[in-house]
Design a protein around this ligand. Structure first.
Ligand code: ZN
Length: 386
């Protein structure tokens, strides 16, 4: 994953093939632009360009050219590429106040140029994900100035929580020694958290999925941003080659704090560790983009709550604590965002616990408790009454 961000007038080079030599633009096509997806909210637009194979690309910004009737544009030049005919014929209309449309064309030999016509000059960032390969462009109305999330905590009285049960559909997540699947466990926990928060009466709750459905990582964050959620809580179960590894940890987006965190993020992202190690330089920028301080506070609260309640109701559990790692699903989240790894499915004892409804209820109760505590501490629930 490489990021280009906040550069307006420079043409920058990025690559999905960080460790290979450049591909000549005269090479036969090795990839194709197969689709363009997008999500909008008032202040934010995410565009995903789906590719059929890994690609090298350049991204850049072009200022408005009134003489030729051209708006400000972001462009991506994708090397050794083809493009589907229907994308050539018809631009994707967006018209959301930030982005007018996305169009694709064959540029120089072997180069496909994707152009994002902006409705006004805005800040943006470009990064790529693999498995399957795609390029993501985030456009932000707040421009390239201060952090968009630097304002005060929400004060509208109700907190909108986006619960994100990890994996789903064709992606089972981690699988335990007796066959229990992470995707099923986290969906159950997610539904229980929702039930708890709705019963409280002071929360609005949405879920990125409420069935056994595959959703790409970038779409989960986009859903939270589009809904203008106040909190994003991604639910996962840990796994390790070391079958004795056990315990509870909760993450925020940042550099990996240790080797285990890096390996975990690579597994959750569906990429090799080497690919993740190469992206350290982008993280400082990312950390200022969301609510880092609030996220750390919520993550600590969630982790403490789970550990305390599991010990009280189910017996000893290891407290692995608050950690940081580059999880793709947290990239670009504009709100307080945490990722919970609630036990190890690879550990026989913890897998047995995860099969018990009472244990999942304890996890869910703890997450909901931490969210309530966070809301009260941040004053967001002060006017909501009980
Ligand atoms: Zn997971």
């Amino acid at each position: 994953m490489r990021f280009l961000t906040r550069h307006r007038n420079a043409v920058l080079l990025a690559s999905l093939l960080a460790f290979l030599s450049p591909v000549s633009s005269a090479s036969p096509a090795t990839t194709a632009v197969s689709g363009i997806r997008h999500w909008s909210s008032g202040e934010y637009t995410r565009v995903v360009i789906d590719l059929e194979g890994e690609a090298r690309y350049e991204a850049g910004f072009l200022p408005a050219d009134p003489g030729n009737g051209l708006p400000p544009r972001i462009f991506l030049d994708i090397e050794a590429a083809e493009v589907r005919e229907e994308l050539l014929r018809a631009p994707v209309r967006v018209k959301d106040g930030l982005l007018r449309d996305v169009r694709a064309g064959r540029n120089r030999q072997g180069i496909v140029r994707v152009v994002l016509d902006l409705e006004r000059e805005s800040g943006y960032r470009v990064f790529d994900l693999s498995g399957p390969p795609r390029i993501i462009v985030d456009i932000d109305s707040k421009g390239s100035g201060s952090s968009p999330a630097a304002g005060p905590a929400p004060t509208r009285g109700r907190i909108l929580v986006m619960i994100d049960p990890g994996h789903g559909g064709k992606d089972p997540g981690a699988i335990g020694p007796s066959g229990l699947m992470e995707k099923d466990v986290v969906l159950e926990i997610g539904r229980l958290v929702r039930q708890q928060l709705l019963a409280d009466g002071r929360f609005d709750v949405r879920m990125t999925r409420d069935s056994d459905l595959f959703i790409p990582l970038e779409e989960r964050t986009a859903m939270a941003n589009q809904a203008a959620a106040d909190l994003f809580v991604s639910l996962h179960i840990n796994a390790s080659r070391n079958r004795r590894a056990e315990g509870i940890s909760t993450y925020v987006l940042s550099h990996a704090t240790d080797r285990e965190s890096l390996e975990l993020a690579a597994r959750e992202n569906g990429v090799p560790v080497a690919k993740l190690s190469a992206v350290k330089f982008i993280i400082d920028d990312l950390s200022t983009y969301g609510r880092k301080k609030e996220s750390l506070r919520l993550a600590k609260s969630v982790n403490d709550s789970i550990v305390r309640n599991v010990r009280r109701r189910h017996g000893p559990v290891q407290d692995l604590g608050l950690k940081q790692a580059p999880f793709y699903v947290l990239v670009g989240a504009r709100m307080t965002a945490v990722l919970v790894e609630a036990s190890f499915i690879s550990n026989r004892t913890e897998e047995t616990r995860l099969r018990s409804r009472a244990y999942l209820e304890t996890i869910a109760h703890s997450v909901a408790e931490a969210i309530r505590y966070y809301g009260e501490k941040n004053g967001a629930l002060a006017s909501a009454g009980t």
